[in-house]
Write a protein that binds this ligand. Structure first.
Ligand SMILES: Cc1cc2nc3c(=O)[nH]c(=O)nc-3n(C[C@H](O)[C@H](O)[C@H](O)COP(=O)(O)OP(=O)(O)OC[C@H]3O[C@@H](n4cnc5c(N)ncnc54)[C@H](O)[C@@H]3O)c2cc1C
Length: 494
């Protein structure tokens, strides 16, 4: 045995650290506070409907991508997948529909039908899409050898003209008022996102490397847990870690909420960074940089409150994702909504009983809006019901008759995520700092270690600063690589 590792949390980073730890001869035990693996990669059942908390775009879904190889090592691929035809879709209040197809010829003629006067901007967009097709940029940069990484970065630099403008700025190239308003919202309704992020994502879709894992996020996480267990890894559920035990500047184990203590040579945390540092380590091993990283995250997080509807309506022919532009803004959950983004799960038959479907509307909402209701159960439930009611009102404009077809409603808020995952402000678990592009591309935009604490590593969002499943799975691999290097052991992959 190379040594023993205790891992806090069975999210993507924790499970991956366990798997690569086992591959490299470590004894591993994961302590997970919840009763299931996956963390943010979650889904749950309500009256026969499956509500997915996570996946919009899963990268690395077909051979030919290094991200696929990562998933294969982790036991998540191959698996049954569905290819959706578009990245997302946008509906105007007057019934026009822009579908951002992955088929670029179809996309071009669709856009030119929608806005014949915008041929120049459409040609530019299609050219931009083509510039990111036929490669595995993210996989090469994040998982390639130094030579492959350098080559990928050079080929990215060639695409430099597409990297700079924001979605908002690019949208201004369109004269058609609908497309001018629609384009800035294409990346999860966030106009400030650089255009190249969208083009990279779109390119992965064109290459067939973004698909949907049938059954959703929990099933995806369970396949990784299965691989971990098959390698001999141990996992204890309903086991919340309260303290990390430290002796002589070295992490030596953990103390659980039930009072039991468990010891190991190395401790890895996939839990929220702020809570790991300020609670589990009681604020020790902190310098100025770490203190700043632990500062309060922003109040608003994009689509941090979800309204799930299980409906008696066949949604198979609907787009997989839709943003409705509203002509008269509506206030929902304390925010003025000029558009409403949603996922429509008609493409996966396993998500709902036959002839029925699931819609997940994603709302912008402030943490403080919900936190003020934390001690007021009735008030909290009333706000959730109000948010659902207003969302259904808005959806009725695009799906007439929907209200009468609603069978089940569920509204998780930031407080739900916080309770479920032990995070800060729901799932806003990133350190408060700017990600350096270079370290971000290497998979560690955050920090894997703490000053003055030996034999301790972070994995997951705190280490990666990546809001992606593969980025956080990669963080588990990188932590074990770093550990092997420190112990002068070769890093092995089975
Ligand atoms: C709404 C939403 C949509 C997303 N969409 C996508 C997408 O389309 N594509 C994509 O690639 N990514 C997506 N992501 C991002 C992705 O899901 C996350 O980045 C990733 O799952 C985070 O992994 P992690 O390793 O940081 O662990 P987390 O998921 O944060 O898991 C941490 C685990 O630690 C456990 N834990 C916490 N505290 C303790 C404790 N004290 N003791 C024991 N256990 C503890 C928690 O219960 C949890 O299981 C989305 C995320 C969200 C929230």
């Amino acid at each position: 045995m190379a040594g023993s590792i205790i891992i806090i949390g069975a999210g993507m980073g924790g499970l991956a650290a366990g798997i690569y730890g086992r591959m490299n001869g470590f004894e591993t035990k994961i302590f997970e506070a919840h009763s299931l693996p996956g963390g943010q990669c979650c889904s749950w059942k309500r009256e026969g409907f499956t509500f997915d908390g996570c996946i919009h775009h899963l990268f690395g879904c077909a051979p030919g991508s290094r991200i696929y190889d990562l998933w294969r090592e982790l036991g998540a691929m191959p698996r049954e997948m569905v290819k959706t035809v578009e990245c997302t879709s946008i509906a105007s209040p007057d019934g026009r529909l822009f579908r951002d197809y992955y088929d670029l010829e179809k996309l071009e003629s669709h856009l030119k039908d929608l806005a014949p006067g915008d041929a120049a901007a459409i040609d530019a967009y299609i050219r931009g899409c083509r510039a990111f097709v036929g490669n595995d940029l993210l996989g090469d940069v994040m998982l390639g050898t130094t030579a492959e990484r350098t080559k990928a970065l050079v080929s990215m630099a060639v695409r430099l003209t597409w990297m700079m403008p924001s979605m908002e700025k690019f949208g201004k190239r369109f004269k058609d008022p609908f497309l001018r308003r629609a384009f800035p919202l294409l990346v999860y309704s966030a106009p400030s996102v650089p255009l190249f992020i969208h083009l990279v994502r779109h390119g992965y879709g064109v290459n067939g490397l973004i698909q949907w894992p049938v059954g959703g996020a929990l099933r995806f996480a369970l396949s990784i847990e299965k691989r971990y267990k098959a390698l001999g890894g141990e996992i204890a559920y309903n086991s919340k870690v309260e303290r990390i035990l430290v002796e002589n500047g070295r992490a030596v184990g953990v103390k659980l909420a039930d009072g039991s203590e468990h010891r190991a040579d190395i401790v890895i945390s996939d839990a929220d960074g702020r809570k790991t540092i300020m609670e589990m380590l009681e604020g020790r091993f902190v310098d100025d940089k770490v203190r700043k990283a632990c500062a309060e995250p922003p109040d608003t997080t994009a689509w941090s409150v979800h309204v799930y509807l299980g409906v008696k309506r066949d949604l198979a022919a609907e787009p997989s994702a839709l943003i409705m532009l509203l002509d008269d803004p509506v206030e929902i959950a304390g925010h003025r909504c000029e558009s409403l983004e949603m996922q429509i799960f008609g493409f996966d038959k396993t998500m709902a009983p036959a002839g029925k479907g699931v819609i997940k509307a994603e709302l912008f909402s402030d943490y403080s809006f919900w936190k003020r209701l934390a001690g007021d159960r009735a008030g909290y439930e009333a706000e959730k019901a109000k948010a659902a009611d207003r969302t259904i009102d808005v959806l009725e404009r695009h799906f007439p008759g929907l209200r009468a077809q609603v069978e089940t409603v569920d509204v998780p808020t930031q407080l739900t995520w916080e309770r479920y995952m032990g995070g800060t402000h729901g799932f806003a678990n990133m350190p408060t700092k700017k990600v350096s592009i270079w370290s971000g591309l290497k998979g560690v935009g955050g920090d894997m270690t703490l000053p003055g604490l030996d034999r301790f590593y972070f994995v997951g969002v705190w280490a990666s600063m990546a809001g992606s499943l593969f980025g956080n799975a990669l963080s588990g691999r990188l932590a074990i690589q770093a550990l092997c290097k420190r112990l002068k052991l070769p890093f092995k992959v089975e």
